[in-house]
Design a binder for this molecule. Structure first.
Ligand SMILES: [Zn+2]
Length: 127
C-alpha cells in the first residue's frame, strides 16, 4: 500500500466513525431511554452486531414519518410480525423483559427484547 492510499483509507475510516457517532446520537434522540446505555448495549438492543450497521439502521429511522410520535404511549406502532400483524408494543424495557420471562416459563418460548425502531417502546421477537 502506498502512502496515498493509506491516507485515503484512513480518512474514509474516520468518516465512517463520524457517521457512526452521528447515528448513535440520533438514535438516542429518538429513543431517550437508550441515552444512558453504552454503544455496545445499544447495538445489542437493535439486534446489530457491528458498529457499522448502526448507520444503515439510522437511515431506517430517518425515513419514518413523524406521525409516529402520535402513537407514543398508546401501545401501538406500525411494526408487523412475520404474519403481517401489528406487534405488541411494551412501554418499558422491564415490562417486555418480564413478559419474556413469563412466556419462557409458561410456554417454553424464549424471545428477544428489542427497541421498536419507530417509537419509544419495546418488542419481543423470535431471534
Ligand atoms: Zn414497533
Amino acid at each position: 500500500m502506498n502512502e496515498f492510499s493509506k491516507l485515503k483509507s484512513l480518512s474514509s475510516l474516520k468518516n465512517q466513525r463520524k457517521e457512526e457517532e452521528k447515528a448513535f446520537e440520533q438514535l438516542k434522540n429518538v429513543h431517550p431511554h437508550l441515552s444512558h446505555l453504552r454503544d455496545s448495549d445499544i447495538l445489542q438492543f437493535f439486534g446489530l452486531k457491528k458498529r457499522e450497521e448502526i448507520v444503515g439502521y439510522k437511515v431506517l429511522i430517518q425515513e419514518t414519518p413523524s406521525s409516529f410520535d402520535k402513537n407514543k404511549g398508546e401501545g401501538i406502532c406500525l411494526c408487523n410480525d412475520s404474519k403481517g400483524h401489528g406487534k405488541f408494543l411494551y412501554g418499558t424495557y422491564d415490562e417486555a423483559k418480564e413478559k419474556n420471562i413469563a412466556l419462557q416459563q409458561e410456554q417454553q418460548i424464549k424471545l428477544k427484547v428489542y427497541a421498536c425502531p419507530t417509537t419509544n417502546g419495546w418488542h419481543l421477537s423470535k431471534s
